[in-house]
Design a protein. Structure first.
Length: 792
């Protein structure tokens, strides 16, 4: 009891200290900081128009940014400047600090420096946000050490200079603020230009590259290279570009932004209205921008906006990013006789010609194209009625617009021609924020002695009686296993979940009367908390799990968050008792349901997909790379809608990314029947062990057969009976359908979508390859399943 009292004391001291250190909202002075964890930690300009602080850009990912204070809703903010657009920071413990030496730094959780101004000053310094939207680091003597106006992202504000050293770089998409492919800058000829610098091609597109600059009203003669937009909407550049916005005059809020579609626009807004109006843009036809949709795809201008689509026979390479373009679905060697051409009307692919051949008939152009081993050819009748032929080596810069008079003839396997001869599907170039950016950084586990050092340092900072008291605490704790005790207090502060008392949980479970499961070193009971929430409480076997292991589990799960992952609500560590409190799953585990009629094929497919998503998250996406190491039907729980949630991290392992050959895996983990061969052959353990176990679980769902059936004791080969059986049936079967008939679970036989079940079985077989390099990653599994889902 004493221990927890002291850790509470400790915690409250830490909390009150951090409140003291936190700053006001007018200016930031030396030694203070803005914390990502406090939404109210925001600098506001005196006129209230601008705010600077942490802005969420994705799941647990934040950027330090300046934005227009209105509209107040965080989802509708308009960013003006971002310090760390390509390196978002964690939503916990990240800070923008003005150090004592005058250096303004942005640190991620765990002290990683993400961004700094590198300034030094012995005198007093303040960080202020001006009425103009300029964030300024200024000394008492009014000397400006640093200002945000000197480093732009994609926007300049009125009276902010665009110079030779500043360059606007577009955002990746309206919802992804990281650096995109378009830049607006003064080039070597002193001319303000727009450039697309993509994955495969780079091209200047404005002013049009085929017009000499003076014809576009520009001059290379003036090398001062400055441009400025004033508050009334008049823009003037040293290269002669000058314009007045459509609503020229004072009183408005204005900005000039290089948008993610590659166009430069001036926007203005009345103080009170929510929406920005375009009052000038560099060009009105988006056709001038090359490469937006990537190779082998078409950019289509529809009234609703820009859409991208793959050309027939091709598929998107990266489902969420058009800049990768599309790849062929077929194999076509160059001298293959079986090819044909598909006509795409009003379609133009710009550049990459293998030559220009005037006055060619369609037939001779086809022959020519085949001779050159082309990807297709452009065929165009010019105004004097002559047919010209342009064979293409690659299909880039594609667009379709009714105003284009020519056609593209696409080379495809002859057999597939009729298949692809249908209207092109319009897919939107659309990043509406459905897909959220994930924080992509690795965190070192905070070492316990580091924490101790922090605590000691902290004790020194707290004066007088408190200090003595504190040392008494430390000594007391030292005798009682410091690391664990402090760790608990720390955990409580860092993660949101609740620490329960043993008595509370004993009451909730009515003295541990209703057992609902066993596994992972403990028994699980059903309980009802005092706030009427139904929970699953896992009571760990005291002998099996030491304090360190327990805290590892708690801290691991505390940091994870995924819809297909069991959610932990709290824990208890009192004396010898170790308990974990989870959300309760109505339908128990997958193992309980495998023989239930309720588990139809659709649910099985969804369970396989959800589980794969969760494992992909654990392996690849979350802050700490986690191997589950014990994927089995008992650990996949089902909620009231039969949505799967992966549970039980008793045996899980944190891993550095690419952390092969981890020697700490000295003992075999997992459950027989689901264990990858690496365990047996003592090979390095990687995330592919989970892939293997997952494959077995999916096979079990498809066939209804347990991998354990008929397995006698001992011997690793017997474990793979189920796999061997499925493979045998596959090799023996004449068709896919007859194979499925043989292996499918009798429970769902005749009541399933054969192609979906085939996909499941095929994916599962790939997951259980003996050679771990042959197995797909979990994200590839997700993709394979999703691809199939979309086909239907
Ligand atoms: C954001 O702006 C849009 C368009 O102005 C508006 O429809 C929407 O309600 C706003 N959202 C919020 C959360 O304020
Ligand atoms: C400011 O902080 C950054 C990040 O720690 C560091 O790289 C840089 O050297 C510092 N600059 C000065 C002048 O202290
Ligand atoms: C160059 O441009 C700047 C800014 O527009 C202007 O002040 C200056 O007079 C120009 N110089 C010449 C030689 O035209
Ligand atoms: C795609 O968009 C274009 C332009 O709006 C339209 O003409 C065409 O019918 C659309 N195609 C499909 C399949 O919707
Ligand atoms: C194309 O060829 C590769 C390698 O030869 C093969 O793996 C793949 O299945 C083929 N794809 C199609 C669609 O035939
Ligand atoms: C049409 O193409 C032919 C062949 O290249 C060329 O001689 C002729 O001038 C072109 N006509 C026009 C109007 O461009
Ligand atoms: C185009 O080719 C046809 C047939 O070869 C020829 O009669 C005609 O004169 C050519 N036209 C031009 C403009 O070269
Ligand atoms: C963007 O995509 C989302 C979901 O994919 C869809 O709901 C939304 O309507 C799309 N927006 C546009 C403008 O196409
Ligand atoms: C945002 O863009 C960056 C850089 O191109 C990319 O790494 C990141 O994955 C993108 N985020 C999303 C959610 O697409």
């Amino acid at each position: 009891m004493g221990m927890s009292f002291f850790s509470l004391l400790l915690l409250s001291l830490v909390l009150s200290f951090s409140q003291l250190a936190s700053s006001t909202s007018q200016a930031l002075s030396k030694g203070s900081y803005l914390s990502v964890e406090k939404p109210e930690d925001v600098l506001v300009s005196p006129n209230g128009q601008f705010s600077a602080g942490f802005h969420p850009v994705g799941d647990n990912a934040y950027c330090f940014a300046i934005w227009f204070s209105k509209p107040p809703d965080v989802r509708n903010r308009t960013m003006v400047w971002i310090a760390n657009r390509d390196e978002p920071v964690n939503g916990k413990r990240s800070k923008l600090s003005l150090l004592k030496n005058g250096n303004l730094t942005l640190t991620d959780a765990d002290k990683l420096q993400v961004w700094a101004t590198g300034t030094v000053s012995v005198s007093s310094v303040q960080l202020q946000l001006y009425d103009t939207g300029n964030l300024v680091l200024i000394t008492l003597e009014r000397v400006i050490l640093w200002q945000s106006f000197d480093s732009v992202t994609d926007t300049i504000l009125p009276n902010q200079l665009l110079t030779q050293s500043t360059k606007l770089v577009s955002s990746r998409s309206p919802s992804n603020y990281s650096s995109g492919f378009y830049t607006f800058f003064f080039d070597n000829d002193n001319v303000l230009r727009l450039l697309y610098d993509g994955r495969e091609i780079s091209s200047a597109y404005w002013p049009p590259p085929w017009t000499v600059s003076w014809k576009a009203g520009r001059t290379p003669a003036n090398n001062s290279r400055i441009a400025i937009l004033d508050s009334s909407g008049h823009f003037q550049s040293s290269d002669g570009l000058e314009f007045w916005s459509a609503d020229y005059g004072e009183k408005l809020q204005r900005r000039l932004t290089l948008d993610s579609d590659g166009n430069v626009r001036v926007y203005s807004r009345e103080e009170e209205t929510e929406t920005w109006a375009v009052t000038w843009q560099a060009f009105s036809s988006p056709g001038v921008i090359h490469g937006v949709c990537g190779p082998n795809s078409l950019c289509i201008y529809a009234p609703t906006g820009l859409t991208c689509s793959c050309i027939p026979g091709y598929k998107m390479i990266n489902r969420i990013d058009w800049s990768y373009g599309c790849e062929p679905e077929f194999n076509l060697s160059c001298n293959d006789g079986q090819v044909g051409f598909l006509k795409l009307a009003h379609v133009e692919f710009y550049g990459y010609d293998l030559g220009f051949f005037p006055n060619y008939t369609l037939e001779s152009c086809k022959k020519l194209c085949l001779h050159f081993c082309c990807a297709g050819f452009q065929y165009k009748t010019n105004t004097s009625g002559i047919n010209n032929c342009f064979p293409k080596s690659s299909l880039l810069n594609g667009q379709r617009s009714p105003s284009f008079g020519g056609d593209l003839y696409l080379k495809l396997p002859e057999a597939a021609l009729s298949l692809y001869d249908k209207p092109i599907e319009n897919l939107s170039l659309n990043c509406s924020g459905e897909i959220r950016q994930q924080l992509d950084r690795k965190y070192m586990k905070r070492r316990k002695n580091e924490l101790l050092r922090f605590m000691l340092w902290f004790a020194c900072a707290v004066g007088g009686v408190e200090m003595i008291c504190f040392f008494l605490v430390m000594c007391f704790l030292a005798r009682n296993q410091i690391p664990g005790a402090i760790m608990q207090g720390y955990l409580l502060a860092a993660t949101g979940f609740k620490k329960f008392t043993y008595a509370e949980l004993k009451k909730a479970t009515r003295n541990f009367s209703e057992e609902i499961g066993r596994g992972g070193g403990g028994v699980v009971y059903k309980g009802i908390l005092s706030d009427h929430r139904v929970v699953a409480i896992k009571r760990l076997n005291e002998a099996n799990q030491g304090e360190a292991e327990f805290l590892a589990e708690v801290s691991t799960i505390g940091k994870l968050n995924h819809m297909n992952l069991i959610e932990m609500w709290g824990y208890c560590a009192e004396g010898k008792h170790r308990l974990l409190v989870y959300e309760y799953m109505e339908h128990g585990s997958l193992a309980d349901n495998l023989s239930s009629v309720a588990l139809d094929w659709e649910k099985r497919f969804e369970i396989a997909l959800g589980t794969a998503k969760c494992l992909a998250y654990l392996h690849e996406e979350c802050l700490e790379w986690v191997l589950h190491c014990d994927v089995k039907p008992q650990n996949i729980l089902l909620d009231s809608n039969y949505h799967p949630k992966v549970a039980d991290f008793g045996l899980s392992k944190l891993l550095n990314r690419g952390g092969l050959n981890d020697s700490s895996f000295s003992t075999i983990r997992g459950t027989r029947g689901y264990m990858a061969p690496e365990w047996v052959f003592n090979l390095p353990i990687t995330s592919k062990v989970d892939v293997y176990s997952y494959g077995i679980v999916v096979l079990e769902m498809v066939t209804g057969k347990s991998p354990m059936t008929g397995v006698e004791s001992g011997g690793d080969m017997e474990q793979r009976r189920l796999v061997a059986w499925v493979r045998e049936k596959m090799n023996g079967a004449a068709t896919m359908a007859s194979w499925m008939e043989e292996i499918i679970d009798p429970m769902i036989e005749g009541k399933h979508d054969t192609s979906k079940m085939e996909t499941l079985a095929a994916v599962a077989l790939r997951c259980v390859e003996e050679d771990r390099d042959e197995r797909p990653t979990m994200s590839q599994v997700v993709e394979m399943l999703l691809r199939h889902e979309n086909d239907h």
